[in-house]
Design a protein around this ligand. Structure first.
Ligand code: G3P
Ligand code: MG
Length: 255
């Protein structure tokens, strides 16, 4: 597998499984990762959180309720307690028994098969996010995933720090709601390679600016054929979708 920095310029677009294949399996679980890989996703996007015993888990929310039925915050729960929760039943009975993976467990599936996109969530009130960042980085370096990982975040300060400390890491700013700055203005500040925005935010102005400045564009979430037409029309390269199998078929059909 090519390092991400070599892969990106060689392709017209690539498919990012958003929270795995979260349209067909419970988000951020190993089942969702497996389905994204089976669908031929080039990259798998995962959200990560820090547990009370300082382990990195693959989990979107800061609180347990929505996808596990558990109570309280991830930050107040140990890895073991998190992994005793069912993270699949809420999605469908078929996925009962799916658990919350550690980042290492998810990497074990992804490594050598696809690129990883880790989303670094903004800090919770009172949180020193450096602890979380250090844990994520240790995991990535120990697993030798540094050349195959894209770090994305709405928290541009965290990405700027990453770049300052490890210039070779690959980063992408996620556009903040109501941020009117252009991709090139953000990249000039934080040195990111990519710029990710929602479909609604993917304007011609942002697209032209990014392309003119050699910044690649990512967009979420491209779930329907019309979404894909729109995203490709605006030159998005990283196509994040909850349905990687469907979007892959659509892309192949376009030749
Ligand atoms: O990477 C873009 C996207 O994942 C950001 O939103 O809430 O799905 O993590 P969210
Ligand atoms: Mg995310």
């Amino acid at each position: 597998m090519l390092p991400l920095r070599e892969f990106v310029p060689t392709v017209r677009q690539f498919i990012v499984g958003h929270r795995g294949s979260s349209g067909t399996a419970p988000e951020n679980t190993l089942a969702s990762v497996r389905e994204a890989l089976d669908a031929g996703a080039d990259m798998v996007e995962l959200d990560v959180q820090l547990t009370s015993d300082q382990e990195i888990v693959v989990f979107h929310d800061a609180v347990l309720g929505r996808t596990t039925g558990g109570k309280g915050k991830v930050a107040g729960t140990t890895l073991q307690s998190m992994q005793s929760l069912d993270a699949g039943a809420w999605f469908s009975e078929k996925y009962t028994g799916e658990t919350v993976p550690s980042l290492r467990q998810a990497i074990a599936l992804i490594k050598g098969k696809a690129y990883l996109n880790i989303e670094i969530k903004p800090p919770q009130p009172g949180e020193d996010y450096h602890i979380r960042l250090d844990k994520i980085l240790s995991c990535i370096f120990e697993e030798k995933m540094e050349e195959f990982t894209l770090f994305g975040s709405f928290h541009h300060g965290a990405l700027a720090e990453l770049k300052r400390n490890y210039p070779l890491l690959h980063t992408a700013a996620i556009n903040l709601p109501n941020d009117t700055r252009l991709p090139s203005e953000i990249a000039a500040e934080i040195g990111c390679e990519g710029f990710i925005c929602s479909m609604r935010e993917l304007t011609h102005k942002r697209s032209k600016d990014a392309i003119a400045h050699g910044i690649y564009l990512g967009v979420y979430t491209v779930n329907m054929r019309e979404d894909l037409d729109f995203a490709l029309g605006r030159k998005a390269k990283a196509i994040a979708t909850n349905f990687p199998a469907r979007i892959r078929e659509e892309i192949l059909a376009r030749g």
